[in-house]
Design a protein around this ligand. Structure first.
Ligand SMILES: Cc1ncc(COP(=O)(O)O)c(C=O)c1O
Length: 394
């Protein structure tokens, strides 16, 4: 398929989530589209059913035309992030000299955690949370200490304090891997909540690494507060990336940002960490941040519509499901316990309804009886997904 002009690409410019047919989507070879048989509608892994933003497609095409497919270098990505953060969030904390371009958010988070903890040390997380957190931490021989979110999906000071106490017992070093906004609940932590985190972390000497990959995906009604912008967070790290908001997970790159009091720690980052980011990833992410705000706004409007539509569809077809209306991300955390489908309702929806959702169990505490639904698709496919879920009920 070739397009003389990016205006001719399939998809709908006013709403990038509309206009791609199921046949077109099924030609994709990424995880979302290949993990299940072709009769299954995939609404699981965090990929969006969109065509790329035109500035991103253009930058990539130009790079390929030039043969510019070598190694990544320089600070262009961090500079673009700095400019984007100032304009969009009024945040001037992305000091390019305190950044590192890393392979992706997970490997960047691990690198930051390795700067401030050692093998056997504890890392606090807030389940239910993105399952890869557990896999990466355990692979690096870190002890996971859980501070579960409340039933409302929000951070709780008491749970955090108990976890910080446990993590630092015996005078050990400890860290906290914060997810802001939170996957899977779509919770966007408030300034007051984050200030309370910083105060507690300071009191216990716990170092914070904030995974802010979903930051550009905050929906109307909520406001993203960069963790590094709250008082007391000066010795923290944040990981940001264009990968979720512009659907660039296959083009690996992310930026690690150190607070002013973490600059010396970041300076100890081993040179090999710079081997990870893909040059095409850096080009794509940089173009997204520089020239992709209009496209992002169109996606956010479409996601806001889908968030409302999903609420209506669930009320009509699956009234037993409790829908925690997300404030950000394109992920919906659905409490299916009242449906009587057991601990793993995703298995039932897949088997009987031919719709793939993420099962809640790998999100650990609070995950049983839940599923995560990815609503970054067309309203038609979202409607079909809920219809299939309803058809799976006994
Ligand atoms: C909270 C969170 N962190 C990290 C990732 C993965 O990002 P990356 O591919 O940059 O490691 C995801 C993907 O969905 C995510 O939701």
């Amino acid at each position: 398929m070739s397009y003389d002009s990016y205006d001719e690409m399939p998809g709908d410019e006013a709403n990038p989530l509309r206009g791609l047919s199921l046949d077109e989507l099924r030609r994709r070879t990424s995880a979302k589209w290949r993990a299940y048989p072709p009769d299954v509608l995939p609404l699981w892994v965090a990929e969006m059913d969109v065509m790329p933003a035109a500035p991103v497609a253009r930058a990539l095409t130009e790079a390929v035309a030039l043969g510019d497919t070598g190694y990544a270098t320089g600070t262009a990505y961090a500079e673009a992030l700095d400019a984007f953060a100032r304009k969009r969030w009024g945040w001037d904390g992305v000091a390019v000299e305190r950044t590192a371009t890393v392979a992706d958010v997970m490997r960047g988070s691990v690198e930051m955690l390795k700067l401030v903890t050692g093998p056997g040390d504890a890392v606090v997380v807030n389940p239910p949370v993105y399952p890869a957190f557990f896999g990466f931490l355990e692979h690096e021989d870190r002890r996971v200490v859980e501070a579960p979110l409340g039933p409302d999906g929000r951070l709780g000071a008491a749970a955090l304090e108990a976890a910080f106490q446990q993590a630092t017992a015996g005078g050990r070093r400890a860290a906290y891997l914060l997810c802001n906004p939170h996957n899977p609940t779509g919770t966007v932590h408030t300034r007051a909540e984050l200030a309370a985190v910083a105060e507690l972390a300071g009191a216990y000497g716990v170092r914070v690494v904030a995974d802010e990959i979903h930051a550009p995906l905050v929906l109307p009604g909520a406001e993203y507060v960069p963790y590094l912008s709250v008082p007391g967070a000066e010795d923290a790290f944040a990981l940001l990336s264009a990968s979720k908001a512009w659907n660039l997970a296959g083009l690996k790159a992310a930026v690690a940002v150190a607070g002013p009091a973490a600059a010396d720690d970041l300076a100890r980052l081993p040179g090999i960490a710079g081997h990870g980011p893909s040059h095409l990833g850096v080009i794509a992410h940089t173009a997204a941040l520089r020239d992709g705000a209009e496209w992002l706004d169109a996606v956010l409007a479409g996601l806001d519509e889908n968030r409302r539509l999903l609420g209506e569809l669930l009320e009509r077809h699956l009234p037993g499901v409790r829908y925690l209306r997300p404030e950000g991300t394109y992920l919906a955390w659905l409490d299916c316990r009242a449906l009587g489908l057991g601990d793993d309702p995703a298995a039932v929806f897949l088997e009987r309804g031919r719709v793939a959702l993420s099962g809640g169990l790998p999100f650990r505490t609070g995950g049983a009886g839940h599923v995560r639904l990815n609503f970054a698709t067309s309203p038609e496919l979202l409607t079909e997904g809920v219809r299939r879920m309803a058809a799976a009920l006994p």
